[in-house]
Design a protein around this ligand. Structure first.
Ligand code: ADP
Ligand code: MG
Length: 356
C-alpha cells in the first residue's frame, strides 16, 4: 500500500511539475505534454501505480473509463508476475532455472520470446534477450552497480546467444541449455502497454493515454479529437523537453543511455548492452525513439537501434519500414520520413538541429 501511495505522489509530481525529470537514474524520457487540460477532462479517470520497476499512469476518457484503467493496470501487474526476471515464481525464472527442460509458457511469454527472436535475427544480434548474465554482472538488476573485470565479461559473453533458445510454438514451450538466461527487460514494458491498450479498446474506450515509465501508448486521439502531443527529453539534460511528436493510436518508446546508469571513476555506464562486447553500447547515439502501432515492437526496436548506432539504425528503418527519431552526440536529430510532418523541435536553445 505504501508503495502505491509513493507511486501516486511521484507520478503527480512528475506530471505537474517536472516533465522529463530524472529520478535516481530511472528516467521517463517521454511524456504527454498536453496535461494542463486544453481539452475537457471532466470525464477523465486517472490511475497511478508502480509496476515493472517504474511509475505508471493510465488515463482514460468516457463511459467505463474507471473500470478500464483499473482492469488495464491489473493486467500489467499480472504480466509483471509472469515476466519479471527477479521474481522466482515468474515463467522467466522457471525457464532460467530449468536448463534443458521444456517449460510450458503462456501466450504472452510466447509472443514476447517469438518477437525477441525475430528482432535478434533481423538486427544481426544487436537485440538479444540472453543478455541477462551480462546485465547481472553490471548490477543493473540488483542496483549493486560495478564495472566487471574483462575476463568475467568475456566468460559470460559465451552465454549470450539467442540461437540457444528453443521455442516450440506448437507445444507452447521453451527450452534453454545450462547457463543461458533470458531477460525481457528490453521489450516487456512495450508489450504491457500494447496489451493494456487492447484491453481498454475492448471496453469501448476511444481516448486514453498510458504512460509506462516513459513508454507511451496512446489509444485513439485526445477527447477533443486532436492528436496527442508526446515530448522527448533532451538526452543531455533530461529535465528539459527537446522535441515533440504528434500521434494518434500509436506507441512512442524511447531508449537512452541516460535512463538508467551509474558512474565510476568519472565515467558513466548505462544499461543498454552491446551483446558483441558485453559493455554499454557507445556509438554516438544518445537516444532512440520509435513510433509504431505496436508498442511491443517499439520497445524492442528502441533498444535494438540504440545498440546498432546511427547508420545501421537508419538502414534498419529503411529496410523494415520503421519510423524513428535518433539523437546523436553531435546534437543532430534524425527523423524518418513518415514522422517529419508531425515532428517539431520545442527547445530552440538546445543547440540540437535536424540532420538533413
Ligand atoms: P528501459 O527498460 O529503461 O525503458 P530499454 O527498453 O532500452 O530501456 O531496455 C533496457 C533493458 O533491456 C536493460 O535493462 C536490460 O534488461 C535489457 N537489455 C540491455 N541490453 C540489451 C540488448 N542488447 N538486447 C536485449 N535486451 C537488452
Ligand atoms: Mg526497449
Amino acid at each position: 500500500m505504501k508503495k502505491r501511495i509513493l507511486a501516486l505522489i511521484m507520478v503527480t509530481l512528475f506530471f505537474n511539475l517536472t516533465a522529463c525529470n530524472n529520478s535516481n537514474g530511472k528516467t521517463s524520457s517521454v511524456y504527454e505534454i498536453s496535461l494542463s487540460s486544453d481539452y475537457d477532462n471532466s470525464n477523465e479517470k486517472s490511475l497511478s501505480f508502480f509496476a515493472m520497476d517504474t511509475y505508471m499512469n493510465f488515463k482514460a476518457y468516457g463511459e467505463n473509463a474507471k473500470t478500464a484503467v483499473n482492469e488495464a493496470s491489473a493486467l500489467v501487474e499480472d504480466l509483471e508476475n509472469k515476466l519479471s526476471v527477479t521474481n522466482p515464481e515468474s515463467e522467466i525464472s522457471k525457464i532460467n532455472s530449468s536448463a534443458n527442460n521444456a517449460i510450458k509458457i503462456s501466450e504472452d511469454t510466447l509472443a514476447l520470446i517469438s518477437t525477441a527472436l525475430d528482432v535478434n535475427k533481423k538486427s544481426g544480434g544487436a537485440f538479444d534477450i540472453t543478455i541477462y548474465p551480462i546485465v547481472k554482472l553490471w548490477g543493473f538488476t540488483t542496483g549493486k552497480y560495478e564495472v566487471p573485470n574483462k575476463e568475467e565479461i568475456l566468460k559470460n559473453l559465451e552465454y549470450v546467444d539467442s540461437s540457444n533458445i528453443t521455442l516450440n510454438e506448437k507445444e507452447g514451450t521453451v527450452t534453454v541449455p545450462q547457463n543461458i538466461e533470458i531477460d525481457l527487460g528490453g521489450i516487456a514494458k512495450g508489450y504491457a502497454g500494447k496489451k493494456a491498450a487492447e484491453k481498454i479498446r475492448s471496453m469501448g474506450i476511444e481516448s486514453a493515454l498510458l504512460n509506462l515509465g516513459g513508454n507511451i501508448q496512446t489509444i485513439g486521439s485526445k477527447p477533443d479529437g486532436s492528436a496527442w502531443g508526446v515530448s522527448i527529453c533532451n538526452p543531455e539534460d533530461s529535465s528539459k523537453q527537446l522535441c515533440r511528436i504528434e500521434v494518434v493510436d500509436k506507441a512512442v518508446v524511447t531508449s537512452g543511455g541516460y535512463q538508467r546508469y551509474f558512474e565510476e571513476n568519472g565515467k558513466s555506464y548505462h544499461h543498454i548492452i552491446d551483446p558483441k562486447s558485453g559493455y554499454p553500447a557507445e556509438n554516438g547515439l544518445l537516444s532512440v525513439t520509435i513510433v509504431d502501432e505496436d508498442g511491443m515492437l517499439c520497445d524492442a526496436l528502441s533498444t535494438t537501434l540504440f545498440v546498432l548506432g546511427k547508420d545501421k539504425a537508419l538502414e534498419y528503418c529503411e529496410k523494415y519500414g520503421i519510423e524513428a527519431i535518433l539523437m546523436t552526440d553531435d546534437k543532430k536529430i534524425y527523423v524518418t520520413d513518415g514522422l517529419k510532418e508531425s515532428f517539431s523541435i520545442i527547445d530552440q536553445t538546445s543547440g540540437y538541429f535536424l540532420a538533413e
